[in-house]
Design a protein around this ligand. Structure first.
Ligand SMILES: NC(=O)c1ccc[n+]([C@@H]2O[C@H](COP(=O)([O-])OP(=O)(O)OC[C@H]3O[C@@H](n4cnc5c(N)ncnc54)[C@H](O)[C@@H]3O)[C@@H](O)[C@H]2O)c1
Length: 338
C-alpha cells in the first residue's frame, strides 16, 4: 500500500457524515484524523462512531493541525469560500462540496488563494463519477458517437425540499440545476455559450411565494455547436429521475435510472418493475466514494484534481445566466454574466 493521507473534515451534516464514513472505511489511502462541526455533538458522535481521534467545534483546529495534509469541507455553503482561503493559507489540499459560493467575487478570491498556495482543490460534483455517466463521457470523447448534436438531461427530484431551505437555497438553478450544468459541460466536453429558460411553479405555490420556480426546461447552446436540454422538476411522484442521452452523427447513448433491484415481474396483464431510487444519497452512493478516492489519489500522486476550481465556478455562472433568462424571457449568453 502507498502512503496514507491524513484528512480533516469540516461539517458533519448529511453529506459530511457520508464522506466521513467513506474516508474512514472505504478509502484505505486516507486516514480521517479529525472532524469538526459547530454542533460539536455531531462531530463527537461521528468521531465515536467512526474511530476518529479528534472531534472539535472549531474548524481552525483542523487548519492549524500540522499532521493534516488535506481538508474536506462539507459545512454550509456560506462557509465554503472563506474556508478554502484558510485551508490554502495553511497549505492543505482541499476537497470542497459544491457550490464554492454564490458570489463570483468570493469564488475568485478563493481560487486565487488556491493558486497562490499551489495546493489542490477538487469540487464535489459527484455525478461525474457515476459509472454510467462516465461511460457516456468516454463514448463522446472517443468519437464513437461522431459529432455530438443533442444532449438531453432529465433531472427530477422525488419531492421538494422544505420551504425554509428553498428560501436560502439560491433558487432552483443554483441549488438543483447546478449539478446538471456541470454534467452538461462534462458530457459534451465543450463550454456552454448561451442559455434559454422556460420555467414555472407547478408543484407547490409556496415555492413561488418564496420567489423560486419548481419546474424548468433549460436550453443550452454549446461552443462546439451541440444543443442540449435540461428538464427539472422538484417533484416526480415515481422517484428520483436521473437520465441522460447524447445523440450524435454516429449514433446515440442513453442512461436509464438506477433501481434498488432489477426484478421485472410479468403476468397476464402487464410487465412491471419497482420504482427507481428515491434519495440522492442512495442513487449516487458509488459516485461519492469514487470522487473521494480520486481526490485522495491526486494528493498521493501529485496529479491534477478531476474536478477543478474553474469547474466549480462555471456552473454558478450558468445558474445566474439561467435566472436572468427566466427573468428577462430571452436567451442569455454566459459572457453577459462574467
Ligand atoms: N454533492 C452533493 O451531491 C451534495 C449533496 C448534499 C449537500 N451538498 C453540499 O454540501 C454542503 C452541506 O450540505 P448538507 O446537506 O450536508 O447540510 P447539513 O446542514 O446537513 O450539514 C452542514 C453541517 O455543517 C455544519 N457547519 C455549519 N457551519 C460550520 C462551521 N463553520 N464549521 C463546522 N461545521 C459547520 C452544520 O452544523 C451541519 O452539521 C452544502 O454546501 C451543500 O450544497 C452537496
Amino acid at each position: 500500500m502507498t502512503r496514507q493521507v491524513n484528512v480533516g473534515l469540516v461539517g458533519v451534516g448529511r453529506i459530511g457524515r457520508l464522506h466521513a464514513e467513506h474516508l474512514a472505511y472505504r478509502i484505505p489511502q486516507a486516514r480521517l484524523l479529525a472532524v469538526s462541526d459547530v454542533v460539536v455533538e455531531a462531530a463527537q458522535k461521528a468521531a465515536a462512531d467512526l474511530g476518529v481521534p479528534i472531534a472539535t467545534r472549531d474548524h481552525r483546529a483542523i487548519m492549524d493541525n500540522q499532521d493534516i495534509e488535506a481538508v474536506v469541507i462539507c459545512s454550509s455553503t456560506d462557509t465554503h469560500s472563506l474556508m478554502i482561503e484558510e485551508a490554502a493559507a495553511a497549505g492543505k489540499h482541499i476537497f470542497c462540496e459544491k457550490p464554492i459560493d454564490f458570489d463570483l467575487a468570493r469564488i475568485d478570491r478563493a481560487l486565487a488563494a488556491v493558486d497562490k498556495a499551489g495546493v489542490k482543490l477538487q469540487i464535489g460534483f459527484n455525478r461525474r463519477f457515476d459509472p454510467n455517466f462516465r461511460r457516456v463521457r468516454e463514448l463522446v470523447a472517443s468519437g464513437k458517437l461522431g459529432q455530438p448534436h443533442i444532449l438531453r438531461i432529465t433531472s427530477r427530484d422525488p419531492q421538494p425540499p422544505p420551504i425554509a431551505y428553498v428560501k436560502v437555497s439560491g433558487g432552483i438553478f443554483l441549488d438543483m440545476t447546478i449539478h446538471d450544468f456541470d454534467m452538461a459541460r462534462y458530457l459534451i466536453g465543450s463550454e456552454v455559450e448561451e442559455i434559454y429558460v422556460a420555467a414555472g411553479v407547478m408543484v407547490d405555490p409556496e415555492i413561488g411565494k418564496a420567489g423560486d420556480v419548481d419546474t424548468a426546461v433549460i436550453t443550452l447552446r454549446f461552443e462546439n455547436g451541440a444543443i442540449g436540454t435540461i428538464d427539472n422538476s422538484r417533484r416526480a411522484v415515481y422517484g428520483y429521475d436521473q437520465r441522460v442521452e447524447v445523440f450524435g452523427s454516429g449514433g446515440a447513448v442513453s442512461v436509464d435510472n438506477n433501481y434498488p433491484n432489477t426484478a421485472v415481474v410479468s403476468d397476464g396483464q402487464r410487465i412491471q418493475r419497482d420504482l427507481p431510487f428515491n434519495f440522492f444519497l442512495d442513487r449516487y452512493v458509488e459516485s461519492y466514494i469514487v470522487e473521494m478516492k480520486e481526490f485522495i489519489e491526486c494528493v498521493v500522486k501529485g496529479t491534477p484534481p478531476p474536478v477543478t476550481g474553474i469547474d466549480g465556478r462555471i456552473p454558478v455562472v450558468m445558474g445566474y445566466a439561467a435566472g436572468k433568462s427566466y427573468a428577462e424571457h430571452r436567451p442569455v449568453r454566459l459572457s453577459e454574466i462574467a
